[in-house]
Ligand binder design. Structure first.
Ligand code: SF4
Ligand code: SF4
Length: 131
């Protein structure tokens, strides 16, 4: 239960607090639809917790539980992704969808295999090197 409370707090913080890891992003979207069909959550543990998240954050009501990975983590999908892997509400997609993959994020992220983007974590030394 404590972990779940931390999840909710982190979620709220993500709306207001500047994220603390920066990435360099290169490449482009290949429109495979994997990121809308296979979303992983490493901190939502039960269906009940997911329902609570959807209650607190109505934007998440577009997501549903698709299954679990081999480690027991939920895999979510969006009900608005088409069979072709495209967004059927493109003009009204969430801010998180518009920003994907994000340049700054609270936790390290991984992209789906075959994704057209490449992300590299940036640290202070990287910025010094560029200048
Ligand atoms: S997984 Fe990558 S390439 Fe595929 S739709 Fe998402 S952003 Fe585009
Ligand atoms: S709203 Fe569109 S872009 Fe966002 S997850 Fe759903 S299908 Fe993908």
């Amino acid at each position: 239960m404590f972990d779940f409370l931390e999840t909710i707090i982190n979620e709220i913080k993500s709306y207001f607090v500047t994220e603390n890891i920066s990435y360099e992003i290169t490449g482009e979207c290949k429109k495979c639809g994997k990121c809308c069909n296979y979303m992983y959550s490493f901190d939502t543990y039960t269906e009940k917790e997911f329902k609570i998240m959807q209650f607190i954050f109505p934007a998440y009501r577009r997501f549903y539980i698709k299954g679990k990975d081999e480690d027991g983590n939920f895999i979510f999908a969006c009900k608005y992704v088409t069979e072709d892997g495209l967004c059927s509400v493109y003009d009204k997609r969430l801010e998180m969808c518009k920003r994907y993959p994000v340049k700054r994020i609270y936790r390290p992220m991984k992209l789906h295999e075959g994704c057209g983007y490449k992300v590299e974590e940036k640290n202070f030394k990287d910025y010094l090197k560029k200048d």
